[in-house]
Ligand binder design. Structure first.
Ligand code: SIN
Length: 309
């Protein structure tokens, strides 16, 4: 008869599985050692990984050599997968695997094989613009330029806990609107390459009227019960009950604070074969720009989530 894993402490599970979980910084992230994702994980091994992920928000598993089936199988252990999101060039996914989003700047035969190019991606949470944003996202580094295009991770429980009291008061009980029209790198979703700047120049841009989703500015994590700041991304958001000027001022003040604390957090330097999984309910991430002549190919899965409360 198999043991009830919920009865085992974290230490007992680590001893049973032989895994090591090594924190990467004081606030966020841990590296898991001793895992091979190319074969099916047994229940104790997966439970150890799941607990470490809930505790540290981001897990790094290095030196993996996995095919699309293995990557999908590992990701599915956390929950059902979404399909790749719609970007300005449609859905970019691995042939035969609609759930494997390709993030890449590589151009092949004149066509971009993936999305999100080589530009900086500012701090954000994946797909806060839908009613039920993905619970988690997982990246697998297929091909990466050495030392370039690092991905940063920020703990939003800590960000909320340390948010200046005056800002906490101003967002208490309020929702934030997350626009669904523009991609993170400023393009109209499926907009034939038109950018946000283009639309602003036409004078027909009003963030309060854009379609999108409203979510509480402070959400409670459904599994850990902790409160986290949930602000999506800076561009094209607005705060409930404020006029545009007041909303911009408040968001600017919050994001100034985020950019300040974000400098002190975990920034992952990629090697091919790295798998990194994070919890979108309590983590924001960002990516540094890298030279467009460098080749970077990542596969990403995202696990379905529920409406933030
Ligand atoms: C993302 O925002 O999911 C992309 C991160 C990256 O390219 O490192």
């Amino acid at each position: 008869m198999s043991a009830d894993l919920s009865l085992l402490s974290d230490e007992e599970l680590l001893e049973k599985t032989g895994l090591e979980v090594v924190p990467l910084t004081k606030d966020v992230g841990a590296e898991v050692l001793g895992v091979d994702l190319s074969s099916k994980l047994d229940k104790p091994t997966f439970e150890t990984i799941r607990r470490a992920w809930l505790e540290h928000g981001v897990l790094v598993i290095r030196n993996q050599s996995i095919d699309p089936d293995a990557f999908v199988a590992f990701s599915t252990r956390f929950g059902e997968l979404d399909n790749a999101p719609v970007m300005e060039n449609g859905r970019a996914f691995v042939d035969g695997y609609p759930e494997l989003f390709v993030i890449s700047n590589v151009v092949k035969n004149g066509l971009r094989i993936g999305s999100l190019g080589a530009r900086e991606l500012e701090w954000h949470t994946d797909m806060a613009y839908v009613d039920e944003p993905p619970m988690a996202s997982c990246l697998y580094a297929v091909e990466v330029p050495e030392g370039e295009g690092k991905t940063g991770f920020l703990n939003m429980y800590k960000a909320y806990a340390k948010l200046p009291a005056a800002l906490k008061d101003q967002i208490a009980g309020k929702a934030i609107k997350h626009d669904s029209v523009y991609t993170l790198d400023g393009y109209l979703r499926e907009g034939g390459g038109r950018t946000l700047e283009h639309v602003k120049a036409l004078g027909c841009f009003d963030v309060q009227k854009l379609p999108g989703a409203w979510h509480p500015a402070v959400r409670t994590h459904p599994e850990t019960g902790q409160e986290a700041l949930y602000i999506g991304r800076r561009q094209n958001t607005c705060v409930e009950g404020l006029n545009l000027r007041e909303s911009e001022e408040l968001l600017d003040a919050i994001w100034k604070y985020i950019n300040r604390i974000g400098k002190r957090t975990y920034h992952h330097e990629w090697q091919a074969g790295d798998v990194v999984i994070w919890d979108n309910r309590c983590i924001m991430h960002r990516r540094d720009a890298f030279p467009s002549a460098s080749r970077r190919v990542m596969h990403r899965t995202q696990m379905q989530g529920s409406r933030p409360i």
